[in-house]
Design a protein around this ligand. Structure first.
Ligand code: GLC
Length: 607
């Protein structure tokens, strides 16, 4: 059956090629002077059912069986999942790979360009040498929407440099329980911050012109509001869980950032894996269509998450039917695009999905492609190659690191004097750029170690002190190794993780870091710097610390930490999330009736 229909399609396409291609040269949809609506209407009228189904399909680069499939199916999009990189992980390597895909896409009779998508969630994080900005939670601590707009522009320029025109960012999730592994992807626990930081969309997407990319507000909706699920014995999970909240809470806490994103013109929205009161968002017509598209007026397109439709039920055909009818416009189908295409085609032919729904989805997708100028410039603009990891962007990232730092305690020991004779630096995260970058860096989960260019916090300290100052580094010093120093900097925290693999029921510091605090802070004046994707439980160790700084996940420019510790810049950061006393306080959020945290939302000291 499949083979026969494929052969028919191919034959039709070949027969059509002579007429359609000839017509296509004069076709209105190829005229950039015409209004986008007219171009969409004209192109839609020329598309076969197969063309339309193809545009609603997003394949993953590593799972494309045969490059000819790109033109044969007419994929609307191809993506790189986290860490899915070309053999040569350089701007040229990316551009060559994506331009090769694009040439295949343009072999289809109507020559509709493919739109390539990726997660550049804190800079162009898949690409070696890109500027790695602080993750969103640190940007939330800056309370500086203008800075975040500039970060959007810089990130877009680096993504654009590699031939990619679609970024699955920003995550505008509102993290309500820091045990969630995606807390660091959130700007904070109160929607006011994510709402303000939608300036990143204006920076990234702007006027859709050169150097810009399509932005994605994600994950719609209430992905950060799920209830801790301990149903699977011994396991606990929050990620992709069920937000059992009232509609009032959903609208008050989780919806505002989407309203702001739509007002700023966001061109795509990604559906959440999670559920709302037991119904999967990927099948939620009320939220995806009635609220997002009709009530909030979203005119872009909805992309599903990674094989997200397959979580609706065990029946793939039902999943396609329910997702598309609910309002999903393009399906991220990393595993089996042929099955998806067959199921969608069959569901349309048997009348289970109305053609009006298909035409609406395809029109939404084509509108964004025309606005991006993809038909006029389908290939990489290689003049942007030097944008990747540029000094200007690294300086911007360093400023973001400075402004993200939150001073939680200072018994008059900070700023550290630059001419301090002997400084001991300790802790698991003092000299580990992989740990300070966190998840979604080069690989999906991220990795400890020297994985990207940049400066570690230790290197930043060494760059800042006077020539006569001696700086030693001992990761976890024993008591006798912590003697004879004038000041100690202990940089503790978490190792990298992403998504559900970061769901944790114990946010305490590791034993090595705790011993380092004990040995260093009992022997000298000290500051503890926490490099983590969320607040950590350190109440018992707090009395030993003369000073405490939250640094979140600063990324590649660790120098920004020393800039503030040694007084070249003052602290300006404020907590974007409540810092709990103990695990049994969780979830704890500003506005709770009973609210007695170690440090409150919005807290932050200065010199
Ligand atoms: C992931 C994430 C989503 C990301 C997508 C593509 O599972 O949920 O944030 O954009 O897959 O990598």
């Amino acid at each position: 059956m499949l083979l026969k229909s494929r052969a028919t399609q191919l034959l039709t396409a070949l027969l059509l090629t002579s007429t359609v291609s000839a017509q296509a040269q004069q076709a209105p949809y190829l005229d950039p002077k015409l209004p986008v609506e007219e171009r969409v209407k004209d192109l839609l009228s020329r598309m076969t059912l197969e063309d339309k189904v193809g545009q609603m399909t997003q394949a993953e680069r590593g799972n494309i069986k045969n490059l000819d499939d790109i033109g044969f199916y007419g994929f609307g999009s191809i993506l790189s999942g986290g860490g899915s990189v070309p053999g040569e992980n350089t701007p040229e390597g990316w551009a060559n790979m994506i331009d090769a895909f694009q040439r295949k896409a343009l072999e289809a009779p109507l020559k509709i360009p493919m739109l390539y998508g990726i997660d550049a969630v804190h800079g162009h994080n898949n690409v070696y040498g890109a500027t790695i900005f602080p993750h969103n939670l640190g940007l939330g601590a800056t309370r500086n929407p203008e800075l975040v707009r500039k970060i959007g522009q810089a990130t877009a320029a680096e993504v654009y440099a590699t031939g990619i025109r679609w970024n699955f960012a920003p995550c505008v999730c509102v993290a309500r329980d820091e045990r969630w592994g995606r807390t660091y992807e959130s700007y904070g626990e109160d929607p006011e911050i994510a709402t303000a930081m939608t300036t990143i969309i204006e920076g990234m997407q702007g006027d859709y012109g050169k150097g810009t990319v399509l932005a994605t507000a994600k994950h719609f909706v209430a992905d950060g509001g799920t209830l801790l699920d301990s149903s699977t014995t011994g396991n606990y999970s929050l990620d992709q869980g069920d937000a059992r909240i009232t509609e009032e809470e959903l609208r008050k806490v989780h919806l505002p950032p989407y309203k702001a994103a739509i007002e700023k013109g966001v061109g795509s929205v990604m559906a959440s894996f999670s559920s709302w009161n037991g119904l999967k968002l990927h099948a939620h017509k009320y939220l995806l269509t009635d609220v997002l598209k009709n009530e909030l007026g979203f005119k872009g397109f909805v992309i599903s998450d990674w094989a997200g439709i397959d979580q609706i039920s065990p029946d793939p055909a039902r999943n396609v039917r329910e997702a598309i009818n609910a309002g999903v416009d393009m399906v991220m189908e990393p595993n089996n695009y042929a099955r998806f295409v067959d199921n969608l085609t069959a569901e349309i032919k048997n009348g289970n999905i109305p053609m009006s729904r298909i035409d609406d989805a395809v029109s939404r997708i084509l509108t964004q492609k025309f606005k991006l100028g993809l038909f006029e410039q389908p290939f990489t603009d290689r003049s942007y190659f030097d944008q990747l990891g540029s000094q200007e962007h690294r300086d911007l990232a360093r400023q973001a690191v400075r402004e993200s730092l939150v001073l939680l305690k200072n018994e008059g020991v900070l700023p550290i004097k630059k001419d301090t004779p002997k400084i001991l630096v300790a802790g698991s995260n003092a000299d580990d750029i992989g740990n300070q970058a966190g998840g979604w860096t080069i690989s999906w989960q991220g990795k400890s170690g020297d994985i990207i260019p940049g400066t570690t916090i230790l290197q930043g300290i060494k760059n800042t002190v006077s020539a006569n100052t001696k700086v030693d580094y001992v990761k976890w010093p024993e008591a006798d190794e912590a003697k004879g120093y004038d000041f100690g900097v202990v940089v503790v925290g978490e190792r990298p993780y992403a998504e559900g693999q970061g769901d944790k029921m114990d946010l305490g510091l590791g034993d090595g870091d705790r011993r380092a605090i004990q040995n260093v802070c009992s022997a000298m004046k000290c500051v503890v710097v926490v490099v983590s994707g969320r607040p950590m439980i350190l109440t018992d160790d707090l009395p030993r610390m003369n000073a405490l700084v939250a640094a979140w996940l600063p990324g590649s420019e660790g120098q920004g930490v020393a800039d503030v510790l040694f007084g070249d810049h003052n602290f300006t950061g404020k907590l974007p999330i409540t810092w709990p006393r103990s695990m049994d306080q969780l979830p704890i959020n500003v506005g709770d009736a009973k609210y007695d945290p170690l440090f409150a939302y919005g807290f932050g000291l200065k010199y």
